[in-house]
Design a protein around this ligand. Sequence first.
Ligand code: XMP
Length: 520
Amino acid sequence: MSLDSDLEKILIIDFGSQFTQLIVRRIRELGVFSEIVSHKKIISSQIKTNIKGIILSGGPLNVYQLKKNLFDKKILKLQIPILGICFGHQILSKFNGGQVKQSNHREFGLANIFKKRDSLITKNFFKKKEPTKVWMSHADQVSKLPKTFRVIASSDNSKFAIVESKLEKFFGVQFHPEVTHTQNGKKIISNFVFLICKVKKNWSSKNQKIQLIKELKEQVGPNKVICGLSGGVDSSVVAQLLNKAIGKKLYCIFVNTGLLRKNEEIQVVKTFKKKLKINLIYVNAEKEFLKKLQNVSDPEKKRKIIGKLFIKIFERYAKKIKNVKFLAQGTLYPDLIESRSVTGSQTSKIKSHHNVGGLPKRMKLKLVEPLKFLFKDEVRKLGLELNLSKDIISRHPFPGPGLAIRMPGLITKEKINILKEADHCFIQALKEHGLYHKIWQAYAALLPVKTVGVMGDNRTYEYLCLLRAITSEDGMTADFFEFKKSFSQMISNKIVNSIKGINRVVYDITSKPPSTIELE
Ligand code: XMP
């Protein structure tokens, strides 16, 4: 599953549209492999016979500003079907002898389009009676079509809303069929993929499993691979894939930082070592972490100490294994796309992230990143195909620094124990009430304040427990989950009554932004 792999695919040439990832997703949802490449990085000689169709994405550029060296026009002469979306549509027309100009009416949002004639690209796309609603987002538009092109549909503002050149199998749409606002937009994409490019379905979890295992065997050969296992979805899927591909040549290292959820280390060892028979090295480093974190309350210091110590321990054990050539990581497709981003926008650093797989660069190991062409939901499906339990696959995310960043202020063994119990109590209740899978992430935190309470006839003076439960798509933005009063009442009673050290429970009702999901 790389640019060199012989899997048939639809190639998306990205011109910087915010919707490019959506195009790939739509094609993969149809069961066909598709991948993105930047317009700056692809030349016609790289396009092999397994590329059955090309989609030119939208983008913020202007066709007249697109420098010659930033798009290889020979790609248009390869006799491969091409669908141009928005800016891609303008490129197709412009480079085939048409014209593009700034339109008098910029079109952003929904527009009605009207059918002019039949085409394969619009088979079963138009509604029978009223006009079809599509999502537009453009300032420029095609003003004159190339000679071989003809109009398939128009809107009030865009005469050339859908066009085709039957001869060359070129199609252009001024709107975005990949966004859900476009009625029936998926039909345009599936017509292009199946009726025009005639690609066969090849993208299923089963195929991915077979292909990835084959590629891993080839890549790794007789060498040893180490993998930092956290028990989270991505590292678990990577470990299981490698386990199937290379068996005992895989060495997974699981570090118990002492900051894990209740009984997590027991579960990880039970699942991976005993059940899946993965070569697992369990490192109990609880004491080392606690010692290093003594008297530290600054969130960034905590994160850095944990990250550094984690690498140190990881390296220590990796050295013991000897002759290791590869390090396996759970890099996903969105990480890859972002790091190669066409616009290359930089965001300011909010937190120093710690990631089990991503750190030991100085170990000079070659990287194995089997998930780098997959989206998170594809990884989950692949995990099920690899016989990982639903429990592992649908777990809420858990950050590398663990409970340390859910305990503002000083970290002590006593506080960790209280927090582990509170978190366990909350998560169990969510599962029992059928709420766990409706929530993207939930946890308990322990705040560094004590408040007065009364239990029986006695005064109490104990910690404050904060509960957080959010809904989200990808963790970039989030909203708090609304519990029914009966659940809130039940969980607050349960925590206060069953956990010594907590006498008050509060619920975090901030969204992200302005807050973040974790407290530190
Ligand atoms: P924030 O707190 O930044 O969290 O809104 C967004 C998501 O990232 C998780 N998170 C981490 N994951 N290492 C990780 O692997 C980290 O250091 C880390 N910090 C935050 C967080 O749990 C949420 O899902």
